[in-house]
Design a protein around this ligand. Structure first.
Ligand SMILES: [Zn+2]
Length: 426
């Protein structure tokens, strides 16, 4: 039976997510939303709808609480998630993380991957995510299995979550037959071509190869770039230069770009001039950066590891915030909740005092890449997160565990999945 139409009354929506006719002066105006047939069919300033006094029982009174669209997490690693306990990264460094993943990889059977990834998606759905893009390690011997598991889960979750896969390899792999087969397979399954652009004497040639493979197959691109505090690393600059050299016009995503924070002014400006000329989104992963960057035994870290989010935004370069790793050797914590990531990330990056800059990093910017609804308009899907928080400060300060999740306008029964460790007998 169809759900009857109803109103969500007195909800606050940040102005940066609203169409101009509703924006007004209030940075977070109070609105009434009419929900019908799974859509937001009307968005009105609070109090102007004629029949609001005569409301059915189904109406929701938000009492000034914030409303956001269901979120899109643009950068995750579901294949690595929930391996910390069996393969911890005991020195907490980037090199230690890579070594721990290699030690763990023999465990990555079909069932192991499926179980951990499915659990991750259950957690993400519980927290109100609409979409996730995951990087998947694709060494030649593991590529077929990992992509098979991903496709099974994409099918299993198809009515609840949009899922995208990006290949994660070193770029030299694309010179091999296995690398070409990987690009072909990604084209078949709607995947995204990606990899880690490590500093390398042949980096330009590697990027030429990657851009050529992508253009021949109409693939989008998503790189790990400059996840380091070594100022010599210049992958973002080389990627942007390659995009311009190849006339590549599809959207590019680059994750991390930490090095911008430790390079001199002229170097940064040169890189950002190039980036500004491309359709390139930078994804900042502040929690993973805080965990790995500048970690040395017996020494207190001196820098936060995050990229230049304010400077990028000032140039109009889109910046997303995403969660990255979860309970694995690259980041020991997390539970696939982009709101929890946002609460800390907005503080780490000092975006916390500027909601109009901060909120788009988890809404309109990532949703453009994942094809979900990231702004408010009449006719949008009523996939919404309703918060008790009545201000941006409260959104950051409180746990938000009491949020209400609507899918197609219908309130979801929520059951927090038990920790994965409980799935195995002690
Ligand atoms: Zn990553």
């Amino acid at each position: 039976m169809a759900h009857p139409p109803y109103w969500i009354r007195r909800g606050r929506v940040p102005r940066c997510l609203l169409p101009p006719f509703l924006a007004g002066e209030d940075p977070v105006p109070l609105l009434d939303l009419r929900i019908d047939h799974g859509l937001v069919v009307e968005l009105l300033p609070h109090g102007v709808a004629p029949d609001l006094d005569n409301v059915p029982d189904q109406d929701i009174d938000q009492q000034g609480g914030w409303i956001l669209p269901a979120l899109a997490d643009l950068h995750t690693h579901l294949d690595k998630a929930h391996t910390w306990d069996r393969s911890p990264n005991l020195d907490g460094t980037f090199a230690g993380a890579i070594a721990a993943v290699e030690r763990d990889r023999p465990n990555w059977s079909h069932d192991d991957l499926y179980c951990r990834m499915d659990y991750s998606l259950g957690m993400a759905y519980y927290h109100g995510m609409a979409a996730l893009r995951t990087h998947l390690d694709c060494p030649p011997e593991h590529m077929a299995l990992t992509l098979e598991v991903f496709l099974e889960l994409q099918q299993h979750w198809r009515d609840r979550l949009v899922l995208e896969a990006v290949s994660l390899v070193t770029l030299d792999q694309y010179f091999t037959p296995a690398g070409v087969a990987l690009a072909d397979r990604l084209a078949e399954i709607g995947g995204i071509l990606g990899g880690v652009a490590y500093p390398h004497p042949e980096l330009d040639a590697q990027l030429d190869r990657v851009f050529q493979l992508a253009q021949d197959r109409q693939l989008r691109l998503d790189f790990h770039a400059d996840e380091t505090g070594d100022p010599q690393s210049n992958a973002l600059e080389r990627i942007a230069a390659a995009a311009l050299r190849h006339g590549y016009t599809d959207p590019i995503v680059c994750g991390h770009c930490c090095v911008l924070a430790v390079q001199d002014h002229a170097t940064v400006n040169h890189t950002l001039d190039l980036v500004q000329s491309c359709d390139l989104t930078v994804v900042s992963l502040p929690l993973c950066n805080l965990f790995l960057q500048d970690r040395q035994a017996g020494r207190t870290p001196r820098w936060r590891g995050v990229t230049l989010v304010h400077e990028l935004q000032a140039r109009g370069i889109p910046v997303a915030i995403a969660s990255d790793n979860c309970d694995d050797p690259f980041y020991a914590y997390g539970e696939h909740d982009l709101i929890a990531t946002y609460q800390l990330s907005s503080q780490i990056t000092h975006l916390d005092l500027y909601p109009h800059q901060s909120i788009p990093t988890i809404t309109s910017v990532p949703s453009r890449h994942l094809g979900t609804t990231g702004t408010f308009y009449s006719g949008m899907a009523a996939d919404l997160m309703l918060f008790s928080a009545t201000s941006h400060r409260e959104l950051i300060a409180r746990s938000q565990g009491d949020r209400t999740i609507l899918r197609g306008g219908i309130r979801q029964e929520r059951h927090l999945p038990a920790p994965l460790s409980r799935h195995h007998p002690v």
